[in-house]
Structure formats: C-alpha cells, structure tokens
Design a protein around this ligand. Structure first.
Ligand code: HPA
Ligand code: ZN
Length: 366
C-alpha cells in the first residue's frame, strides 16, 4: 500500500476548518444565480474557477510577511455575499460533509462566523437552521461524519458585538460545542474579549482561539490564550472524566481548552513549557503557512513542537481557497516531514484525543 493509500484509508479528524472557507467556486456561483446576487466582474462559472480567486490562495505578502491573512480575509468575506437563505447554509455544510466523507474524515469540529452574516442582515437563526438541518441529515447516515460546530467571534469587530453574538448562541447551546476567535489579529489581541470568553465558559462552551502565524504580539497572545482566556476552568473535573486514559487533561486553573495555529510557540522554550503544562493541543494548518512563510521555517517549527511532545493536528483551514483538503494536507505534510505511517496515525490519534466528543465515539475511532 502506498503512503497516499494508507492516509486515505486512515480514519481522520478535522478540527480547524472554517465552514465559509469551504465555499467552492461552483457553490458560490450557484448561490449567486439562485439569489440573483452579482459577483463583481464575473459572468460565468469558468471565469470564476479560472480566476485568481477564490480557488487560488496566491496572495501577496506584506512587509511583515503576514499581509496575506488580510488579503485573504477581504476575499473570504466578499465571497459570502451569496449566502443568504437557510438552503445556502444547508448546501454549504452538506458539500463539506460529502467531501469529508470521501476522504474518510470521520469527525469534524467546524468553525462558522455568524457575524459575517448577521452584519449583512442575515439572521442568526437562518444560519443555524441551515447548519443544524445539514448535520441532522449527515448524522442519519451510517457512514456519516460526526460533526460539531464552533461559533467564532470576529476579533476585528467589537467585544460588544461578540457578547451579543454569544447571547444569540445561547439559544443553540446544545448545537454548538465551543466558541472560538478568528479574523484579523493585528490590533485585536485575545484580551479584548476577556469577559466574553469568561461568560462563554460559564455558559458551558469549550474555549479556543486563533493565534495566527507571525502576527503582532504572537508570543504574548499564545501565552494569554494558554493561561488566561476563558478564566477559571470550573468544569475541569467533569472534563477530565470525559477523557480517555493518557489523553489531554487540562492542568492549568485558567486558559483555553485548545489553540488554533499557535505555531510560533516553537520560537520560545518557555512557551513550549507553558503549553505542555496546560496540556493543550494545537490545531495546525501547515500547508497554508508553508505557501507564505516557506516550508523550511514552517517545518522546522513543526518539528520543534513535535519533539517537545505537544499534541498537534493537521487541518485544511480554508480548503476552497488553499486548494488542499484534509487528505492532501496530510499527504503533503508527510512528504515534508518524512513521518512514518505510525507517526501519521499518531497525529490522527492526537486529534481524536483532543476531540470534544463522547468517550464511546473516541474509543470506537481508535
Ligand atoms: N485566520 C483567521 N481568521 C480566519 C481564517 C484564518 O486562517 N480563516 C477564516 N477566518
Ligand atoms: Zn483558521
């Protein structure tokens, strides 16, 4: 069996994928047609598919090497204009599930960005109804992907807006496993959302946050997320019960339950120690960074994290834009790292250990 075949057969998890980042040109085009929304400068699907965007993540780098994130985000938000009805959100989620199933992804925790829709006048309920119905259909399939949703706050808008969004999310508490933090990190450190995350944890949500690569104050942001975000872990004993022996059990009295990206932790031995002591896992998207920062830098940091024994998972982030879905990410990472089949399988075991789901499912997965 080739390595590709092994990776394809391996049951996989995905824990860092933005639902809106799975919007393919074809779905974008069909939503535009049925909703009568113009895509500026586009009059055919061919034109959209062959254009620089959205199927090409070849964005420019700024002086600090990180402007690709802002350029990407501008395109990412603009593309969402076509998502208007419950059916659109249903189709968006369903397309991702189909793709995930075809790659043997058995479990996915999926971010969505409600403020990117409510700010356009789309109601929170429309978004949630589409997502929930799609998941209900998926969960009825014997080969269906087990799905959980993570509500992300957009860090480049106000903490008040995040607090209002949390209130809207409470109505769907049973349908949303966690809250996260994404979008443009520059000038928007996690401290800005201190109270929102404390409230979210009190309401029973798991806590995670993006610490994107090479951003302003990246090391401070990682430290804050690892040790303070979300405030006291009042539920730590209960959480521990839902983990299997040898799994990741949070050890710090405060801080997030996970970090999204966090690659720059590799720069500082003290941050590695902090993350280890907090027993946090990192959801990495190495092929996304590799494009902009160069494979040498990315894979040497990844090696540092791996050797430090920090649980990492491999993810696609915004696969419709980055041209790589989960299967291809794992294949490409294996080529860069030379990891053995055993090591690749270990990464997927890390992922299921970090999953916010029940023990019975985790045990079956292994
Ligand atoms: N970083 C920050 N925000 C995002 C991303 C990302 O990679 N994708 C979608 N929102
Ligand atoms: Zn992301």
């Amino acid at each position: 069996m080739s390595i590709e075949q092994f990776i394809c057969k391996l049951p996989k998890c995905e824990q860092h994928v933005h639902l809106e980042g799975t919007l393919t040109p074809s779905l974008r085009y069909s939503c535009a047609l049925r909703n009568k929304v113009l895509i500026p400068g586009i009059s055919s699907l061919d034109q959209l598919e062959s254009g620089r965007y959205p199927s090409n993540y070849d964005y420019e780098e700024g002086q600090d090497g990180s402007d690709y994130l802002r350029e990407f985000l501008a395109n990412y938000y603009a593309a969402m204009d076509v998502l208007i009805t419950e059916q659109d959100f249903f189709d968006l989620a369903t397309e991702y599930f189909e793709k995930a199933r075809s790659m043997n992804v058995k479990y996915a925790e999926i971010f969505f960005d409600p403020q990117a829709h409510t700010s356009r006048g789309i109601s929170f309920d429309v978004v949630m109804n589409g997502l929930i119905k799609a998941r209900d259909v998926e969960h009825k399939r014997s080969d269906g992907v087990r799905v959980q949703y993570i509500l992300c706050f957009l860090r480049d808008i106000s903490a008040e807006s995040a607090a209002e969004t949390l209130q809207l999310g409470l109505k769907y508490k049973d349908q949303i496993i966690a809250v996260g933090l994404d979008s443009d990190e520059r000038g928007h450190p996690p401290q800005k959302f201190e109270q929102v995350f404390i409230d979210a944890r009190k309401a029973g949500f798991r806590i995670t946050a993006h610490c994107d690569v090479d951003q302003e104050d990246t090391h401070n942001n990682i430290d804050y997320v690892a040790t303070k975000l979300g405030g006291p872990r009042s539920d730590a004993p209960d959480m521990a019960k839902s983990y299997v022996d040898g799994d990741i059990i949070p050890a710090y009295p405060a801080g997030a339950d996970r970090i999204d990206h966090g690659l720059n932790a590799a720069d500082l031995p003290e941050l590695l120690t902090t993350i280890k002591n907090a027993n946090l896992g990192l959801t990495l998207c190495p092929m996304g960074y590799s494009k902009h920062l160069g494979p040498e830098r990315v894979f040497s940091k990844l090696d540092t994290l791996w050797k430090a024994g920090i649980p990492i998972t491999l993810n696609s982030d915004d696969p419709a834009y980055m041209c790589r879905w989960k299967q291809q990410v794992v294949v490409d990472v294996q080529k860069h790292t030379g990891w053995t089949l055993h090591e690749i399988a270990q990464v997927e075991r890390n992922a299921i250990s970090m999953a916010w789901t029940d023990l019975e499912f985790k045990t079956k997965f292994r």
